[in-house]
Design a protein around this ligand. Structure first.
Ligand code: C5P
Length: 239
């Protein structure tokens, strides 16, 4: 990777309130060891040599951010998030568009995925940097998949052979991603990740297989699992 210029930007939507955690505070501010989930995530991203800096979207009245003590030394720019994740990402992209070239690669990464490995970021960058669209990390589905109605009755079994869990980072070119998200919003499409917005334009992002420990903290039990994975991977790099 030494031949690749370090001009990849990380975009971190961190303006969610994480209601599924029932934790009293947004999940990115829950603690693992000596720091918050968000500080772990930022440390992971900025420890990667090709990441030039981070643009982070925070909720408008975020009382927790000022209390963080382990922020990265690389450039870190804050913007105010929006109503949904896609709005928060767009705000970050608009910020970057003022200073970065349209074809700059951005890696959008959930604040609540603190266990992302540097080697998985390497693989994503290597697979995507010459790709015409970009791509995302994910893992193949191994469970049997059922489609149910709203009452919980099983309707059918879905063929899992082509199914993947979509993760982050998701890596796309700055201008193309901003355009895709804007078009999705204009069409009132519910896009829960960046790849969906690209797919809606008829484009085909590449799926890059990740390590399964790149979990998103969503439910209370995920916090202990993330702590276990971070411990297994070794101490987090200091910010
Ligand atoms: O709720 P969910 O896990 O899907 O959120 C994914 C990421 O998007 C989280 O990092 C969350 O903070 C962020 N988000 C955001 N703005 C919103 C909603 C979610 O930045 N309005």
């Amino acid at each position: 990777m030494t031949d690749v210029p370090a001009n990849f930007w990380a975009v971190v939507p961190a303006a969610g309130i994480g209601s599924r955690m029932r934790a009293g505070k947004p999940k990115q501010y829950l603690t693992i060891g000596d720091r918050s989930v968000l500080e772990h995530t930022l440390a992971r991203l900025t420890a990667h040599p090709l990441i030039a800096g981070v643009v982070i979207a925070l909720a408008e009245h975020d009382d927790y951010w000022p209390g963080l003590r382990h922020l990265p030394v690389k450039p870190l720019h804050r913007v105010t998030g929006g109503a949904e994740r896609c709005h928060s990402v767009l705000h970050c992209l608009h910020y970057l568009q003022a200073t970065q070239a349209p074809d700059t690669w951005v890696l959008v990464h959930d604040a609540a995925r603190p266990c992302v490995r540097s080697t998985d970021i390497d693989n994503l960058i290597l697979r995507c940097r010459d790709h015409e669209v970009g791509g995302l990390l994910g893992i193949p589905v191994h469970d049997t998949m059922k489609r149910c109605d709203t009452a919980g009755a099983v309707l059918d079994t879905v063929d899992r052979r082509q199914l993947w869990h979509a993760m982050t980072p998701q890596m796309f070119r700055l201008h193309q991603l901003a355009d895709a998200l804007q078009q999705a919003l204009a069409r009132e499409l519910l896009v829960t990740d960046e790849a969906s917005a690209m797919e809606a334009l008829g484009l085909h992002p590449v799926m890059v297989e990740a390590t399964a420990d790149n979990i998103k903290i969503t439910r209370p039990e995920d916090l202990a699992l993330a702590a276990f994975y971070l411990d297994q991977q070794g101490a987090p790099p200091c910010a």
